[in-house]
Design a protein around this ligand. Sequence first.
Ligand code: 2P0
Length: 346
Amino acid sequence: MRSEHATPVRPREQGTAGSATAVAHPNIALIKYWGKRDERLVLPRTDSLSMTLDIFPTTTRIRLVPGAGNDDVTFNGVPATGEAHRRIVAFLELVRERAGLAHRAVVETENTVPTGAGLASSASGFAALAVAAARAYGLDPDATALSRLARRGSGSASRSVFGGFAVWHAGTGTDADLGSYAEPVSVADIDPALVIAVVNAGPKAVSSREAMRRTVDTSPLYGSWADSSRADLAEMRTALRLGDLEAVGEIAERNAFGMHATMLAARPAVRYLSPATLTVLDLVLRLRRDGVPAYATMDAGPNVKVLCHRADADQVAEAVRHAVPDGAAYVAGPGPGARLLDEAGR
Ligand code: 2P0
């Protein structure tokens, strides 16, 4: 029998929308997040900075179902299972606890990333879920609180709450949870593009969560990278403020190479870079030698994202397709932050 004491969740029907739909876009970090200092709260060891994309949105619809015994979660119509399901349910538990509302939910997520594009959908996914679930459960967070909430689903999701460029503060002090959120970064008019070079559509051998953990625990290079990343962030902010795309690219490229170096030194090593990755990295060097400012960044997978001027993006994408005929290239510009959609999906 349920009693007031048995259930810490206080039913509060009023103020709930009951259902909501939200959209969010992926982001690519130019200063990487690699390593947590608190796994449960998803607190990173360093600040990171990213550009939200204008392609590959995730749309998430949530509907509360009073009386249901479980959360029903689907991705592109396919029921979620295993770790993916567990992470969504854990996130919804957090929202329910904050809302004082016990209702389970139906969560339907549509990802538009081409299958196997190797672009993490957890950033757009948890940003969209945070916005939709907060609304459906009657919470009323401001953008900072939404970013903190999205962070609990997946660290990089804290940045996808915002459009354009965003910095995610690691958070310090007595209440690091409160201090760890993303916020927009002011950027001069640089008209950037990221060409997403998909070289391998296979699933990754090691999840980024596990790879981060192993790197922090075993890589002798980790501490040096974390220190240099703090310096990179300061320089990156200046380069963005000045609108110096070449400097932005150089800093992003060295930060990403450094992150991969920490992984290669982990025990056992985590190596995401493949021969096709190196083909694109060689191409980026050739483009630069030919006078096209182009800079590479790579995440927890073999694909390469090439930062360049928007005016050069089609040429860069064409060069990628030529260099890796089995691959694909997509051009992205800075995209919008996460937002609620109305009933008509607008
Ligand atoms: C980033 N990555 O800054 C870094 C660079 C991958 C490489 O954020 O464990 O899916 O859910 O907090 O956010 C991927 O990690 O990890 C990531 P969790 P997440 O974009």
